[in-house]
Design a protein around this ligand. Sequence first.
Ligand SMILES: [Zn+2]
Length: 232
Amino acid sequence: MMFIKKYFQDLLFLLFPESCHGCGEVLGNNEALVCTKCRLTIPETDLHTTPNDNELVRKFWGKVPVRYGFAYCYFNKGGCVQQLLHALKYEGAESLSSMFGYWYGSQLRQEFEGQFDLVVPVPIHPVKRRRRGYNQCDGFALGLSEILEVNCDVNLLKKVSHTESQTKKSRMARFENMEDAFSVDSAVELRGLRVLLVDDVVTTGATLEACIKVLVSKGCKEVSIATIALPR
Ligand SMILES: [Zn+2]
């Protein structure tokens, strides 16, 4: 049933490109990308109202220092958010990412404007990026940076290729090396900066943790995190 529904949604989208990425309905004149009905069903987390102590920040306690933890919405299997993230990652709907950034940026602005020096997205592997055509986190980072009036550097963090560096390593060494999967150009100066690190979905937090370690090792004063969605 889900499959048939999805099939008709895709078909509708082909016939009517101005359709909602959540439900496939044709958008009204004042709507873009997502219809008002879908937007109202998005379960927002409100984590930013308790930014120092919430379910996202707690994932990192005892591992790496995190100043604030923000997530725009909860992710339910089969819900509207799952459909939107699928469209963002696999159907070329890149603009959804910046739209999430604008929406959440507007909520964060009053309380957190002036609290960050740089917004940085988690990178994806260059091969994946070439295949998809974009990093699905970049728009969210750029949208937030625009609303919060902070600089954004989408090329700061690099995802290191595993295929070249790990083929000769033992299985255990490969596993340990997962933590070293990200890097920053050695010439880049981050000392004293307050960074807002951005990802699309956080599950275990291992990816963000690895990125935070790199940023801290480069001298960042503090790192906060913002994700589009948080599974529950
Ligand atoms: Zn809709």
